[in-house]
Design a protein around this ligand. Structure first.
Ligand code: ADP
Ligand code: MG
Length: 277
């Protein structure tokens, strides 16, 4: 018994962060909201979490209250300027949670890297030295399947897909799934789909219910049971530079992200037990 304890302890020292790309080529589906608030909920569950803002719009940075003065050392400098990643990691108001910010200069990165060798591997290489420092690294991707998202897919173990239950959702989803499959075959054989998160869900809306059941039929247990409801507090929080869990921990949105973190952690524990058995 004590032997098992010791060995599990020693293996936890060499444990590496799970790296998840939060991606969907569609804008406004809840990627940033999910990256910021799921990360916060995981940190509240005692996990060490890093959020990487990989969108030139910098919404995750704003939503986490990153000061504009602090944006000079951002993920852009890591990808293009060759700055060490450790020098770009900032503290947040959430214990155990860190962020790497981004800003408009990141929108030039795709062009600037066009002739760079191994340009799809920049983020993956850069992350190596900090993998041991976190339990989870969540990468908030831009709303496109360009070089930035490709860098996230090459660096990631899996992809979390926020999906807004609306008419065209499934159409966009199959394109995303094909892209993930292509990356898996060509650049990163580890890459998997971690799960689909239904966002901005409105139970009173029949279309929402119909799309949700179609998505579940199509993707089965890849779709999380927890759905994130449309909730005004969730949309207000970023203007205060706070995750919704700090803005109003009791609102429906906060509760949903806490529940989602619980579902994800339980799923990981079950999987770990299965592989150990
Ligand atoms: P993306 O990163 O995919 O572009 P965002 O996370 O920025 O999407 O969300 C788009 C908009 O919808 C933002 O204004 C955000 O505040 C709002 N939003 C996201 N999730 C919710 C929610 N559960 N309830 C209400 N508003 C939400
Ligand atoms: Mg976003």
């Amino acid at each position: 018994m004590s032997q098992t304890n010791r060995s599990s302890k020693s293996s936890s020292h060499t444990k590496k962060a799970k790296v998840w790309a939060v991606a969907n080529q569609k804008g406004g589906v809840g990627k940033t909201t999910t990256a910021v608030n799921l990360a916060t909920a995981l940190a509240a569950c005692k996990k060490k979490v890093l959020v990487i803002d990989l969108d030139p719009q910098g919404n995750a940075s704003t939503g986490l209250g990153v000061d504009s003065n602090d944006r000079s050392r951002s993920i852009y400098q890591v990808l293009v300027g060759g700055i060490e990643i450790e020098d770009t990691i900032l503290k947040t108001d959430v214990p155990r949670m860190r962020v790497i910010g981004s800003g408009v200069e990141l929108s030039g990165a795709e062009l600037e890297l066009v002739d760079a060798p191994q340009r799809e591997f920049r983020l993956s290489r850069a992350l190596e030295p900090v993998l041991g420092d976190f339990d989870y690294i969540l990468i908030d991707c831009p709303p496109a399947l360009g070089l930035l998202t490709l860098n996230a897919f090459v660096a990631a173990d899996s992809v979390l897909v926020p999906l807004q239950a609306e008419f065209y959702a499934l159409e966009g989803l199959s394109h995303l799934l094909r892209t993930i499959d292509r990356v898996k075959r060509g650049l990163n054989s580890r890459l998997d789909i971690q799960g689909i998160i239904l966002t901005m869900f409105d139970r009173r809306n029949n279309l929402c219910e119909m799309v949700a059941s179609d998505v579940r039929e199509f993707l089965g247990d890849k779709v999380y049971k927890t759905m994130i409801p449309r909730n005004v507090k969730v949309s207000e929080a970023p203007s205060h530079g706070k995750p919704v869990l700090l803005y109003d921990v009791n609102c429906a949105g906060s509760k949903a992200y806490i529940k989602l973190a619980g579902e994800i952690i339980r799923q990981e524990q079950d999987l770990a037990k299965e592989t150990a058995a």
